[in-house]
Design a protein around this ligand. Sequence first.
Ligand code: SAM
Length: 289
Amino acid sequence: MKTKKMSWFCERTVPGKRYGKMKHCFLIEKLIFKGKSPYQKILIFDNSVYGKVFVLDDIVQLSESDEFIYHEMLTHPFLMLHPNPKKFLIIGGGDGGTLRECLKYNPDEIFMVDIDKKVIELAKQYLTFVNQGAFNDKRLRLFHEDGKNFMKRHKDYFDMVIIDGGDPIGPSVSLFAYKFYQDIFAALKEDGIASFQIGSFLDTPLIKSSFTNLKKVFPHVSMVRLDMPSYHCGDYCFMGASKKYDFDKFNPKDLEERFGQMKKESVFKYYSPEIHQASRVIPEIFKVK
Ligand code: SAM
């Protein structure tokens, strides 16, 4: 009897020190979508360990088993610091997970700028466990262009900007540029806060350059440490930058109060005040001097 050919997705081209020197593979137990948009290769498949897995340009973006860690930690450790965020901007985030988390703050409006319309279309169809209907929210204003260009057109407007791009390859490269950080600073209100998807602590040069560039632009910059099991890369880093509020002086009582209020209406599967504090403990080896 002919044995069924097993098909595998192998991640092998993550930029940084691991590029071409490692691969980790996921059995494709059910292929859901495989194709290309004008910007990137797109793959979605089912795997019984991780659930649905979403891949762009051969790099795992998220899996059903752990996307909430990523999206809760890219938003709340930074957003909680703002006393009353009302105007949000998300660059990237086409799967809708970050949008879902921002709606927990009951904003007045959320701008979302993802370069790739195809990703949103596929997310609405196949990644509903991530966006959970968030794309239908009336406060959403959706744009399809390079976030780098969009940012230039806005001054002193947003309370919160979240950069939810991919790794520094392909269309996401521009989202790691110093000039882009300056444009974000200009687009934020005088007490605005920004958060950034950065990468693995394995990639010291990326962590160092991102932190150093943000420190040149913003008075307050903070890192959080998290683990994304489906990334297979050890500790992962997100960063926050603030024009006015100091992450290191965030009163734990205010955090408890704000979180307590939100918990009445929203579900948090990973983030909590304890996780907030714990994620800010950065081992000496990972600190940027
Ligand atoms: N939320 C994802 C996760 O959990 O890993 C993070 C990656 S998200 C899928 C990356 C998104 O950024 C993609 O939808 C991609 O189309 C978008 N993107 C990449 N470069 C961009 C740019 N320069 N401007 C706007 N969107 C961009």
